[in-house]
Write a protein that binds this ligand. Structure first.
Ligand code: NIG
Ligand code: FE
Length: 408
């Protein structure tokens, strides 16, 4: 179970040089307030605004002066695969020497994951979550998908639920070797007993809809079964080549379709007209040497974009949202403001959350103090550790400068 943190005390964060609220103003996507302060109470934002307008109610509240630093909402990493066993660094090394990425590598992680104990998986998972938090991620989605039996998918979902409420059932990740000759029988298992076992731990259902994984028709069966159990829909689509994943996701009203490395004009028009967020995963293009999608053109076409890490041992073994921002700016054409928005408010939209990715009264007090005067530094200083402090629900994450004051 997710452990409830003890109630966080009140705090007034002052001296904020540039506050990103993501409460959009007419000409400012990021809702910027300069020379700002933020008042937190019981894990929620109570007030944000210019320092000159701090409410009287804050006069007796303990203060923390960040001395001109930029403050942003915590990153919302809406796509990860953090519960796994084994190591695929040799596969990465071979790929960098020219071997292409193929979905088959997933099966080696499946074998290692099935062989791992709960404790070993839990230890790896909590180390990765700590790694994410230290880099400014305050909400994380975690998928199953490396178990691919009823018992293993249930246990991966259960372990994921120990660290986040955003758990996704991905029994339809690949067809495991034992079903190689009868993929439809595997789809029956996924949409039937496997989903039934995992669903109580999950909020979402996802399918890897791709040549070499599942067809749109197979994907639709699994997604419909998940939706019938009350799960929200998300899709892995158009990662390895053009295909029906994006079209299916939009037609089903999925919250998000993820990857989108290969999109045609119909996909783009459907995304722009629909309700589905496109979650771009530049760590995958980076680590698999695929072409980066043209996020500039997508944004200008009216597609709502999120950025996520896709942290997993095969296609993108990074947990760094600042790296995603830097890649989205340098390689995909977003402005720094758009990339920061996509990594915070965009991720929240992809998870259909209104309480995170934004700093406004009532939202969860998830905020990141940067070791930088502006959010643009996240792209301007790639690879540099710029995360000074991280608060989740008003409480400091271990290792961050605010944590001493905020942990009991
Ligand atoms: O999102 N595309 C499918 N699944 C993962 C890759 C998983 C792996 O290679 O282990 C992804 O990229
Ligand atoms: Fe993925």
């Amino acid at each position: 179970m997710v452990r409830a943190a003890p109630e966080a005390a009140d705090l007034l964060v002052t001296g904020i040089g540039e506050l990103t609220t993501n409460v959009p103003a007419s000409d400012d996507l990021c809702g910027t307030v300069r020379d700002a302060a933020v008042l937190l109470r019981a894990g929620r934002i109570v007030w944000t605004g210019p320092a000159a307008e701090i409410p009287d109610a804050a006069s007796a509240v303990p203060r923390h002066d960040v001395r001109g630093a930029a403050v942003i909402p915590g990153f919302v990493d809406s796509h990860t695969h953090l519960v796994f066993g084994g190591d695929r660094s040799a596969e990465f090394t071979a790929r960098m020497a020219g071997r292409p990425y193929a979905a088959g590598g997933i099966r080696s992680t499946v074998a290692a994951t099935r062989a791992a104990t709960d404790d070993a998986l839990r230890a790896r998972l909590s180390a990765l979550v700590a790694e994410l938090h230290a880099q400014g991620t305050t909400t994380v989605e975690v998928k199953t998908g490396y178990g691919l039996t009823v018992a293993d998918e249930e246990r991966l979902a259960r372990l994921a639920r120990e660290v986040t409420e955003e758990v996704t059932f991905l029994g339809a990740h690949v067809v495991p070797a034992e079903f190689q000759d009868d993929p439809d029988a595997y789809v029956d298992l996924v949409a039937g007993p496997m989903l039934a076992a995992a669903a109580p731990h999950c909020r979402w259902v996802d399918v890897f809809c791709e040549r070499g994984a599942f067809t749109p028709a197979q994907a639709e069966r699994v997604l419909a079964a998940g939706a019938a159990r009350g799960l929200g829909v998300r899709v892995h689509g158009n990662q390895l080549g053009p295909g029906g994943g994006v079209g299916l996701a939009v037609a089903l009203g999925a919250a998000s379709v993820d990857h989108g490395t290969y999109l045609d004009d119909r996909d783009i028009a459907a995304l722009a007209a629909g309700d589905t967020v496109l979650t771009l995963l530049p760590g995958v293009e980076f680590s698999t040497r695929q072409p980066y999608p043209d996020a500039r053109a997508l944004w200008d076409a009216g597609v709502r974009i999120a950025l996520a890490s896709d942290c997993n041992p095969g296609s993108s073994f990074t947990s760094s949202m600042p790296l995603m921002i830097a890649l989205a700016v340098r390689e995909m054409g977003l402005t720094p403001d758009e990339a920061v928005w996509a990594a915070t408010a965009g991720g929240a939209a992809a998870l259909r959350r209104e309480d995170v990715g934004v700093l406004r009264p009532g939202a969860r007090a998830d905020l990141v103090v940067l070791r930088a005067p502006t959010r643009a530094y996240l792209a301007y200083r790639p690879g540099v550790p710029l995360i000074e402090s991280v608060l989740i629900g008003g409480r400091g994450v271990a290792g961050s400068a605010l944590s001493a004051a905020r942990r009991s």
